[in-house]
Structures are given as C-alpha cells and as structure tokens.
Design a protein. Sequence first.
Length: 349
Amino acid sequence: MDIENLIKDTFTAHEPDAPDSDQVLAAARQRLDRRRAAVSRPLVAGAGVALLVLAAGTVAALNRPAHDDQVPAGSSQAGGPAVVEAPAEAAIAELPMPFSLGWLPPGKADYLARRINTGGSAANPDKPVYGGEYLLTVTSGRQVLAVDVAELRMMPIGQAAFKSGPGRPVTVGGRAGVESSNSGGRGGYELYLTHPDGGSLYVNVAAQPGSTASAQQLIDAGRRVAENVAFPGKTTVAPAFGLGKLPDGLRMCTFDVQKGGPGGPGGTRTTYSVGTCSTLPSVNVYSGEAVQVSGTAGQPVQGHATRYSDENGYRTLWILKALDEAPIAVAGGTQAELYAIADHLVLPR
C-alpha cells in the first residue's frame, strides 16, 4: 500500500482521538478536498487531524532539549563565591514554511491555517510529498476572498482536477500551468503551476459565500499570487507550544497551526506528527480540550498532572493544563515514547 493511502487509512481510524477543527477552516478544507479528486489527501478535515511534513533540514532548531539552553555559572568581579544563575527558559521555536507569499489581494488577511502537509517517501523521506499550504481569507469592505496556496509535489499539472470546469493551458511567471475560472461557481479561480522542484503549485482564489467577485478579478488575483510565491520561503509560524529533544530515531514530520483553539498567540490550535516520516505508525502531539481528557492518573510531566489511556493498543498521554487550562495530547506511540516526548515539550511560561 502506498504511503499516502496508508496515512489516510491510519488517521481516519483515529478520528475520535483528535480535536475538532475550527468551523471556518473546516469549510475551506472541504472545498479543497472536493477539488483534489486525483490526490489521496492525508488529512482528515472533519476531525482536525492535520498532519504535515517538515524536511529534516528545518527540524534541527526544534529538536532542542529544554535544559540545553542554560546560562553558565559565573563569579563575582571581586573574586567572591560563584553565583549560579537560573537556567534560561527555552523559547518556543517558530516553524519555517517552505515558501512565502509575496503578494495577496488588498485587504485584511486572516490566516486560517499554515502547515507542512504529510509526505516523505521510502526512497526520499526528507522530500515532502505535498509540501506547504496556506489557507486564509482577505477582507476588503464587504468582499471576502478565500485564498488557498498549496504545494502538490506529487501531482504534475497534467493530472490537474478542477471544480470550475475544464482547464486551459497558461503561462504564469514564465512557468507552464493550467487554469480554470468560474466566478459564479464553487471553484472560483484555480491554477496548477509547474513547481520549480517538481509537481505543481496550486492557487485557488474564490469569493466566500455571501460575497461576490468578477471572473477577471479572481483571475488577476490568482495569477499575481502565483507570480509572487518565493522559493525557498522566509515565513515562519508561531505555534502554541514546541517540540524539544525527541527519542532517538524520531523527528518532526508534520505541523499544522490553525486559527482557533487553546493556547498560543490569539488562540491557535497546534498539531505535530513525530516519527520516521517514511513509515507508520507515528505519534501525534496536539493541543486539545479539557472535555476530551480520559484515562487514569499518570506520572507528572514538567510539573503538570497527567492522564494515561490505552484503548486497544492506541495509547494517549494527556498533559493537563499545559496551555493555561487546556491540555496537550501525545498519542499513538509506546508508553515510553509518549513520556519521553512529553518530558521535552517546550511549553508557554
């Protein structure tokens, strides 16, 4: 079975274990999933299991144990006794996106989700299959545009599937692509543009329900968004919490930071997938809700009480009140792995 279908089947089986998605994001994700008929999407939108991949080169800064960032002991200038300073608290590292958006339609941008989508093949586990994705809305007066920009690294433009009708060849920014536009339909403007590293870059600009936009406005906006995408990216995303030192052989494979949820700047829901990035199973680490907590009392983690459950071999460790009043779940690995990951999470102070 190929890795995309294996990922999809595995996490569909564990939908009840993941937090619910923000309703606005779910609607946007539903539009996206209907469009990608030719791609086996590895995300379970209705349950909010957003599992996303980060290439190994960008993970090093995140895999730091919290206790590594310490201030060395010093002594007084007068030769008095040494003064040992308290260890510095580890900062929550921002997460780098693989590409940046250089232009957006005029208005107020509201980012619904930024992520690295699941990927990595057995032949090349460090190369994302799907890559990065931005989901956002742009509001200008009464008009609200929905924008989706995603790397589809395993989909060449010849396999493009549209919601708006047949595509037509186009060249944007010197790169070949296929586009389709229907301002009155559910697809809006869609563009599959040849990705410089293989596969395609997908751009979708559409009017949100209750808003309108002309076909030409959507075409112009979508093409300009695509023309100004920068590879590699310099954009970073602030998660609600970070990963520290991971058990040997494991690394961060995916991340998802989406609007709405416990903890983080302005309330963000954060999800990581930890594993080998080429084989399953993997460990899911995500911000949850207090009502989801179940299980019996476990060992304390970083001064927080815990709950531990084992449901037919699927284990979950809940770290209570890790994000103010909200818990963090570490789920899917062995008991030892769950505690090892939890002990090194970088939590807000």
